[in-house]
Design a protein around this ligand. Structure first.
Ligand SMILES: [Zn+2]
Length: 154
């Protein structure tokens, strides 16, 4: 009986951990099927399955027009072209997001912790944040998949 109680408490403990992880309530919600219908395959894989596009293949890697980069999932403006720079890493790089548009999470996919960035409105995976950005501005590099973004000219 004691064991059963302990097991039950342990289950409760696990469940409470899980609910804490999922506490973010996104404003823009769709079912998996709706996302599949709305997004092209690469955008779906990146935004909803946290895939990473191959380096130097994304449409905004070598792209420097003036405008705003919106979330490809929910159209929320996330980055300004004035914060885009060439980090030569193979993905679009920004030294700063538009204020209060992202949520940060920890990703252990490669076996060590990396800071994952997601759109605050729909929870779409965008990429990761690193501390090797331009020293003269923020020192931060937002390494973002092109497939997660839609550029709108200003
Ligand atoms: Zn979004």
């Amino acid at each position: 009986m004691k064991y059963i109680n302990f097991f039950f408490l342990f289950l409760l403990f696990l469940m409470s951990c899980k609910s804490q992880q999922n506490e973010i309530k996104y404003e823009f919600i769709k079912t998996d099927n709706e996302w599949r219908e709305q997004l092209d395959q690469m955008s779906y894989l990146v935004l909803r399955k946290a895939y990473t596009e191959r380096p130097y293949t994304g449409k905004y890697d070598n792209f420097y027009e003036k405008g705003t980069y919106h979330c490809a999932g929910c159209d929320e403006p996330l980055y300004s072209s004035s914060n885009k720079y060439n980090s030569f890493c193979g993905w679009p790089s920004f030294d700063k997001e538009i204020s209060d548009k992202l949520v940060y999470d920890v990703d252990y996919k490669l076996g060590y912790p990396r800071t994952e960035i997601k759109c605050k409105k729909c929870g779409g995976h965008l990429g990761h944040v690193f501390n090797d950005g331009p020293k003269e501005t923020t020192g931060i590099r937002h390494c973002v998949n092109s497939a997660a973004l839609v550029f709108k000219k200003s």
